[in-house]
Structures are given as C-alpha cells and as structure tokens.
Design a protein around this ligand. Structure first.
Ligand code: SF4
Length: 738
C-alpha cells in the first residue's frame, strides 16, 4: 500500500495529456464488440444494435446504439422504450461524441509530491484502489463514518452507494435535489402525499389548457414530454407561459405573460383568488377530498388581481382571463409542476401553489389533468445485511426529503460541514463541484481546499478532477452495465437495462467494478455481487424474465397504468389527514406557513439586472460540455447573455460584442460572454445558460467558451423547510471588454 502523502490540494492540477485518451480515439475503431444482445445482429458479428438507456439527463430514454466493426457509429431512439418512443433529443444522439471524446480520462491517477512539485502520476488500478481504501479507512477510524460523504449525479452511483452503506457511510447528496427536484417533490408530497413524478404526472396529450411557470420545455429537452406537448398542441391544447423571457415554449403558447421574476406565488394566489371569489373551483371535489380550504381562502382573498398586477406586472384582466379559462377547461386543465424549482428560497411553497391550483379545479386523476403513474412491480432483490449502516438523515432541515438513503443530506450542507471540518473525505461521482450550483464556485473551492481526501470518479477531466487526490476513470454509459432503471412510475410501467455496446476503452472501468474493488479492499467481502451480469439476471428472473431476454430490447414492460378515476371512486392520499392538504399540517407542525404566502424578494441594485439561467436543448450542463459533436452546432459553442434592447442602449452594448459580467458582490466573470440584444426578455433581468466558462484546459472543446454562471453566484437563499438552494437573487452588470 502507498503511504499517505501530505499534499496541498489548493493547487489545481492540470492533468497531463499523456493520461488522457488522445485524438486516436476519434479516428480509429477502438473498443471491441461484445457478444450477445441486440435485435439486429447482422452476419459475422460486424454490425448490430444494442438497446440500453441514455445518461445525458435523468429522463433516461431508451437508446439503440448502432455498432459496426466494434465501433458505435450512431445512436437512435429505442422503439421499445416508452420514454423515447423511437426518438431522442439532440443530446441523446450525441453520445457518440462522449465515448470517442479524445479528452477522456484514460488511466487511474494519484496526486503526488516530488521534489516540492505536485503533479499527477499514472497508477495501476490496484495502487489507486489501495490508496483510496487506505485513506477512507483511516478517516473512518479517526473521525467516524460521518466524516465521509458522497456527492453523486448520474445513474452509475448505485454500486458506490452499496459499498459505502456496508462501510457505515450514509452521507449521500445529489446536488440536483438542492436546486431542481427537491422543492417540487416535497411540495407535492406535502400536498398530495406523493411526488410530482419524473416524468411528471400531467396528462399532457389529453389536456386542453396547461399553465407553465418558467418551465423551459423545448430548451429543457425531456424527450417524451416534448413529444407530448407537440402532440397535445396538434390535438388542440392551449398553453400559457409565465416567464420573464420569451422562451421556446412561449413561442408555442397562446399567451406569453412576461411576469416579474420572483412573483410567481403572488400570481398563483391571484389565480386562486379568482377561482374562489368567482365560485369557479370544484366545490364538490374540494369538500370531499381536501382539507384547509378556509385557511387558503383567508390567505388568498387579499391577493386580488389588481394587487397582483402591481406585484407581477401582469394586468388584472389577463389574470382574470387565465383563471376563468383554466376553470372553463377543467378538469382537462392543469398547472405543470416544472423542473428546477428552487429560485428564491421559497420553492417548496411555490410548488405547493401549483399543486393547490390543480386541486382546486378537481383535475386529480381526470383526463387532461393530474395523474398518478404506477411503477413496474419488480420484486425486491435479496437484501444485504449492512452491519455498520445506520440509516440516518443528516440534514438539519425539518422537511428534507428523507425517504431514500441516496439523499440523506443537502449538498450545500456537505460543503458547509466540510468547511466546519466535520466532513473530511469526499467521493465525488459525476459531480463537477466547482461548477455545480451548490453555494457558488468560490465557496465550493474553499470546501475543496479543506477536505482531507477527495476521490473523483468520472469519464472526463472536469474541473473537480484537477483537485482530486485520486482520479478513477469510469468508462461511459455505452461501455457498461448499471443497475436496472425500475423505480420510476410511468404511463406504461417499465424496467430498463443499461448494457454495454462495446467494451471499456483505455484503462477505464465500469462503476460496478470500481465499487467492487473498493469494497474488497475495505474488507467488505461479498457486499457487491460476484459479477454484475449474475446480479442483473437474478433480479430479472424474479420478475419472470432474464438478462438474456431483456438484452434483446433493453426494456421490460408492465401493464399500462389505469390513469383515470371512476365515478364515485374513493381517493386516498398519504398525507396526515388522508386528504389533499391545501393547508399543510406538516408545515404547520414544523413552524412554517401552512398555506403558501407571497414574500417580496430583493430588487436589483441600480444598473444591475437579475441573473436568470437555463439551458440549451443540445447540452446538459457539464455532462455534455466537452462533447465535440454537440459543440459543433453553432448555437452550442458558447453561451450568450440576453439583454433587453433598451438596456443594451442604456449601456451602449451592441449585439455580438463581448462583455464581462460583474455581480453585486464585485465578482467579475473570468471569461467574456457574447451579448445577445433582444426584445425577448424583460428589462430588469438578463439570461444566460449554465454550464459554460470552463477553466480546465484539458477540456479542449469547453475551455474558455462563454462565461460561468456558477462563478457569479455570491448570494443564496436557503429554503428553510427542506434545505434547497435558491440563487436568483444575484444581479449582474456589464464591463465592456475594451
Ligand atoms: Fe438523453 Fe435527451 Fe432522453 Fe435526456 S431527453 S435521456 S438527454 S435523449
């Protein structure tokens, strides 16, 4: 075993090109074809199709990887998988750019100090695993298992989770909870007793009228949801988009209402006010299936359309018209729960407002309304006995979503506990911590400097790998098995298989093998299955199928969900009252407002503009940042800052010129960003896509492209109920390049 080394992690290390894949990977057919599986085996084993699922976002669509001569030459949508329906978004098809990325991590690396110089050296897997195990073991023995945390994103983390559970570690955090799915999940849970769902439980194709609050479908390419919106519009669906920016979705809307940022709750209260005062709500449903109506009515009666108009900049007439139209189409009408739902620290109540607007019109389990999908009933695999594992929620927030061990603490709490020296070691799986929204880049780097040991598992040399003590190169999702995707409810319940289309390239390994090697080295014998195929086969056999069978199509389908309620059907909800809670008893007990209340948020200082963010349809933030196939698309190469025409005039900015952005705390973007002068955004805000401005040179395609949004976050608002992080109270102004 290598002895621990006293290294200074404050040095960001530039991984030598010698340790990366190199350009040969792009031009030569590396990667041997695997045998078996696929529904189109063409003679001589030379060409075939392998069915698996995408890793470029959590939608996890079914893919068909087309392999010829041992090389994947294209990826298309699986016709078998209900979440692709034969099609993919651009990112899904761009997976070829990930597997053959010449910048891929090719070898395990260990940070070393020699002659006063800190650098990485190439290591064997045995060395890297032994060193990692030694450090983790030492930290657990000295400080206890609570001094170790895992930050994870992506589907391959499950094996590391098992390994850590057996090791007694149970601080798991996924940053996407903090700013994306946490508030809406908990908001719906508190109201209906179940989450909003991924895919969301909205019967889009059969709906007549859907309200979207800042949801960017079309830019946010969740494949089948976008397909459903297109199909719904073809069938006559009308949509209303409340958004400070004229988004792609707004371009499809009957009405775009450029709402003042930070005022969504006031708007939704006003819509409730109209529904209640004009007696447009579903009295029978509300009386029979909800609690807390009187409390809600007392709260929203103050928010008249006139008062809301002053707050939101949307006219009282428009508010009344939307509320009345919504009621007219109900129950085939809905408010979509959206994604990335934490903006100002009141995301849980904002999501609850959406849930309540749905409940008021009685659209629950009705065609075109809110529906509840079912899961494929996959029998539980044999459970392991984890002697050291104590299931515990480490979050200090009273209503943190705590049901699963993979999310037992908010990721910003991992940062804070590291700064407080309570956490000493991180295993980072697919999370580029400096550029991931937690508390902004500056604080993330302070925490990285504090942590005693950092092991990064990744496919590419992202910024976080430059700070790691050990870098473990995982192969891409196209070269490995992962656990079954079987836990998600959908219209057609399914279990999906991720399987390798080609063997791992270079010296990379699948996460399941890396975790198993680590488990063995930590003395956790028998914790992970002997081999992943045996494990998957056992699980699938319990479901009446087998690995060999499911490899053919990549998916096992269940009976379609019975979506709609029958007349007189008794509805039950897993809330404390057993009913939909318009006033939440859990929030009240925890000392929060039981019904959503509008809170005024800070205004931009003079000459500054609220920094709004979103994404591009061809990119998933960090995960696709260096994908040369996707980055070759002209609109993907860099991000732009959207500036209203009048604001541009005021600051003498021209369309296409480069500026630096400076935030309210004086932080200036390291790289310049191109100005997009447009009427498509309000005058009090600017907009930029997250995931640009990478400072790691080894990311050849992403390096210095555009400006980093995360770098400009200096202020956050924490949702005190659940611990999610709001970051839209950051404001920027422009510094002209010259
Ligand atoms: Fe992949 Fe696109 Fe599907 Fe997401 S929506 S899983 S990126 S194909």
């Amino acid at each position: 075993m290598i002895q621990g080394q006293d290294l200074n992690r404050r040095d960001f290390l530039r991984i030598s090109s010698l340790f990366l894949a190199g350009s040969a990977a792009m031009s030569t057919p590396i990667g041997r074809t695997l045998s078996g599986g696929g529904d189109a085996l063409a003679g001589n084993g030379e060409e075939r199709i392998v069915h698996s699922f995408c890793e470029h976002c959590f939608w996890r669509c079914g893919i068909a990887a087309h392999v010829r001569d041992g090389r994947i030459y294209k990826i298309t949508g699986s016709k078998h998988h209900p979440l692709s329906n034969g099609r993919l978004c651009p990112r899904g098809t761009g997976g070829v750019g990930q597997i053959y990325d010449p910048d891929r991590l090719a070898h395990p690396l260990i940070r070393q100090k020699k002659g006063g110089r800190v650098s990485y050296r190439k290591a064997t897997w045995d060395e890297a695993i032994a060193y990692t195990a030694e450090k983790l073991y030492g930290i657990r023995e000295t400080y206890g298992p609570e001094a170790i945390a895992m930050l994870h994103h992506g589907y391959g983390y499950t094996f590391f989770k098992k390994m850590f559970m057996a090791f007694g570690v149970n601080k798991f955090a996924k940053p996407s909870f903090d700013f994306c799915c946490g508030p809406r999940h908990q908001g719906y849970l508190l109201t209906y007793g179940h989450g909003a769902g991924t895919p969301e439980g909205v019967d889009i194709v059969n709906s007549k009228y859907i309200l979207f609050f800042g949801t960017h479908y079309g830019e946010n390419m969740h494949n089948t949801a976008v397909q459903e919106i297109a199909e719904g519009i073809r069938r006559g669906l009308k949509i209303v988009v409340f958004d400070p920016r004229f988004s792609t979705l707004a371009g499809k809307a009957e009405k775009w209402l450029p709402i003042k940022p930070g005022t969504d709750i006031a708007m939704m209260q006003a819509l409730m006010n109209v529904l209640i005062t004009e007696d447009l709500y579903d009295r029978e449903f509300v009386a029979g299936h909800t609690v807390g109506f009187d409390e809600l009515r007392d709260e929203v009666e103050k928010m008249t359309p006139e008062r809301a108009a002053e707050i939101t900049d949307i006219s009282a007439d428009d508010i009344r018209e939307v509320a009345r139209t919504y009621a007219r189409y109900a129950p085939a009408a809905a408010v979509h729960p959206g994604r990335r739902t934490q903006w100002y620290g009141d995301g849980t109540q904002r999501s609850r407002s959406m849930a309540i607007l749905n409940a008021l019109v009685g659209n629950y389990k009705m065609p075109g309304g809110v529906v509840k999908y079912e899961k494929y009933k996959l029998p539980k695999s044999e459970t392991h006995h984890y002697p050291e594992f104590e299931k515990k929620v480490w979050s200090k927030y009273p209503l943190f979503v705590d049901t699963k061990p993979e999310n037992s603490i908010a990721s910003h709490e991992v940062i804070e506990q590291t700064l407080d020296e309570k956490i000493k070691a991180w295993l980072v799986y697919g999370v580029n911590v400096p550029e991931t929204i937690t508390l902004g880049r500056k604080i993330a780097l302070e925490a990285i400097n504090k942590v005693d040991f950092l092991v990064a598992v990744d496919t590419l040399p992202m910024e976080v790998t430059g700070y790691a003590d050990v870098v473990l190169p995982e192969c891409t999702y196209l070269e490995r098995y992962d656990d079954l995707d079987g836990g998600r409810p959908y219209r057609t319940p399914f279990v999906a298989l991720r399987q390798p289309a080609v063997e791992p390239m270079f010296d990379s390994k699948p996460g399941n093998q890396i975790a198993k090697m680590l488990a063995e080295k930590l003395g956790l014998h028998g914790v992970l299955e002997e081999d992943v195929e045996t494990y998957l086969d056992r699980k699938l056999k319990k479901a009446g199928s087998s690995l060999a069978e499911v490899k053919k199509t990549g998916v096992l389908l269940g009976k379609p969900t019975d979506l709609y309620r029958k007349p007189g059907e008794k509805l039950t909800f897993k809330t404390p009252s057993g009913k939909i809670e318009l006033a939440s008893s859990k929030l009240r007990e925890a000392g929060f407002d039981a019904v959503p209340r509008y809170i005024r948020h800070p205004e931009p200082p003079q000459g500054f503009y609220r920094m709004l963010t979103g994404r591009k349809p061809m990119l998933t933030f960090g995960r696709t940042a260096n994908n040369r196939f996707l980055n070759e698309l002209p609109t993907a190469r860099e991000n732009e800052v959207w500036v209203n025409t009048h604001v541009a005039e005021k600051h003498r900015l021209s369309h296409g010129e480069y500026v630096h952005l400076k935030n309210q705390a004086g932080v200036v973007s390291e790289y310049p960003i191109k100005v997009k002068v447009t009427e498509r955004i309000r005058q009090d805000a600017v907009y930029m896509v997250h995931g640009y401005g990478h400072y790691f040179k080894k990311l050849k395609w992403a390096y210095r492209k555009g400006a980093s949004h995360n770098e400009l976050i200096s202020h956050t608002e924490i949702d005190k109920a659940i611990g999610a992080v709001g970051f839209q109270n950051n404001f920027v102004t422009f510094i002209k390049e010259a």
